[in-house]
Design a protein around this ligand. Structure first.
Ligand code: SF4
Length: 318
C-alpha cells in the first residue's frame, strides 16, 4: 500500500487534531490508540456500558448515527467527515489483548463508533484478532453491524461465543436509501441474519433507529417484524432514534431539506439531550413487542452469556 501523506505529527497547529496524531494511508487515518475499551454513551441505547471500536467514522453514512460527535473531538466535522474520513486504530488488537488482561469480565459492545465490518475492515482485517482476543479472555461480547462482511468471520465468532446484532429498522428500500445511503439494503441484511443463523452464530436484530413519522407506521413496523421472523433471528430489540447534539445538527439539516414539514414535529418530540419523549418511546416499544409476540420472536436485548471465568482485577479506565 502506498503512503498518501507523510507523518503529520509536525503538522501545523490549525490542522485537525487527528492530522497531528495520525497518518493518512489508503484513504484512512491510521493511528496508534492508547486505549480501545471505552465507555459507551447512554445515547447509543446499548445494554453494555463499555465497548470496543477499532474504527471511528463510518462509510455507511447513516444520517441519524449517534456516533457522529466523536469526530468533532478529533477536529473533524460530524457530517460528511464522519462518513468519509474513517479513523483506524491500527494497534487495536495489541491494545485489546493488554487491556483484557486487566478487565473484570463485564460484557462489551463491539462496533460503537463505526461499523466494524465496513470497507476499512477489508483493508485492515482487525476483527479476526479482536474476536480471538475476546474469545480467549472469555469476555461476553456483542458485535453490532450492518455488513455482510461479518460472515467472513462466522466460524471465529461461533468459537468465541459471540453474539451478533444486525440493525434493520425498516424494510422499505426508499427509506434505507435516504437515511442509510452507504449501508447494505434491508434485504441484504435479512439474508445476512439468515446466513449467520445457518452458520451457527447467535444473531438477533436491532430495530434501530426507528424513525418517528417516517418509519414508525403500524404497517411499516409489522412488515419489518414479519420479515425478521422469517430469518431465524434469536430475538428483536427496538431503539427509537436518538439525537445527541452533533447528530442532531446533521439530521435536522437533512430533515429540513427532505421533509421540511416534519422539522417542528421533531423539535416537539425530542428533548434538549436528544432523547425522544418517554410516551412516544414506550408506545413504539409496546407496538414492536406485541408484533414480536404475534410472530413468535423474543423481544428484548439479552446480553451474551459469560463463557468462562476471567480475571477479577478491576481495570482503571481514566
Ligand atoms: S452503520 Fe452504525 S456506525 Fe455506521 S453510520 Fe450507520 S449507525 Fe453509524
Amino acid at each position: 500500500m502506498e503512503w498518501d501523506a507523510l507523518s503529520l505529527v509536525e503538522a501545523a497547529a490549525e490542522r485537525p487534531l487527528i492530522e497531528r496524531r495520525a497518518v493518512l494511508r489508503g484513504g484512512f487515518y491510521e493511528m496508534q490508540a492508547r486505549t480501545v475499551i471505552e465507555r459507551v454513551a447512554a445515547s447509543a441505547g446499548l445494554a453494555q456500558e463499555w465497548g470496543v471500536s477499532p474504527y471511528r467514522g463510518c462509510a455507511h453514512a447513516c444520517v441519524g448515527c449517534g456516533a457522529r460527535g466523536g469526530h468533532r473531538r478529533l477536529g473533524l466535522d460530524a457530517g460528511r467527515d464522519f462518513d468519509t474520513r474513517v479513523v483506524v486504530k491500527a494497534n487495536a488488537v495489541e491494545r485489546l489483548r493488554a487491556e483484557l488482561g486487566r478487565w473484570d469480565g463485564r460484557p462489551l459492545a463491539v462496533g460503537v463508533s463505526g461499523d466494524v465490518y465496513q470497507a476499512a475492515e477489508r483493508t485492515y482485517r482487525l476483527m479476526p484478532g479482536l474476536v480471538g482476543a475476546l474469545g480467549a479472555a472469555g469476555v461476553p461480547f456483542t458485535v453490532y453491524t450492518k455488513s455482510p462482511l461479518v460472515l467472513r468471520d462466522a466460524a471465529l465468532l461461533v468459537e468465541a461465543g459471540a453474539q451478533v446484532a444486525v440493525s434493520i429498522a425498516f424494510v422499505d428500500e426508499r427509506i434505507r436509501r435516504a437515511v442509510e445511503p452507504g449501508a447494505p439494503s434491508a434485504q441484504a441484511r435479512l439474508e445476512l441474519v439468515a446466513a449467520l443463523v445457518e452458520a451457527g452464530v447467535e444473531c438477533r436484530v436491532r430495530m434501530s433507529p426507528v424513525l418517528p413519522l417516517l418509519g414508525d407506521g403500524a404497517d411499516q413496523l409489522a412488515a419489518t417484524v414479519r420479515r425478521i421472523a422469517q430469518t431465524g433471528a434469536s430475538g428483536v430489540e427496538a431503539v427509537v432514534l436518538r439525537l445527541p447534539p452533533a447528530t442532531r445538527a446533521w439530521f435536522e439539516r437533512w430533515l429540513g431539506g427532505e421533509h421540511p414539514g416534519l422539522v417542528e414535529r421533531y423539535a416537539e418530540l425530542f428533548d434538549g439531550a436528544g432523547f425522544p419523549s418517554a410516551d412516544y418511546e414506550g408506545r413504539i416499544s409496546g407496538q414492536i413487542a406485541a408484533l414480536c409476540g404475534r410472530y413468535g420472536l423474543p423481544y428484548g436485548a439479552p446480553l451474551p452469556r459469560v463463557r468462562a471465568a476471567v480475571g477479577a482485577a478491576q481495570l482503571s479506565l481514566v
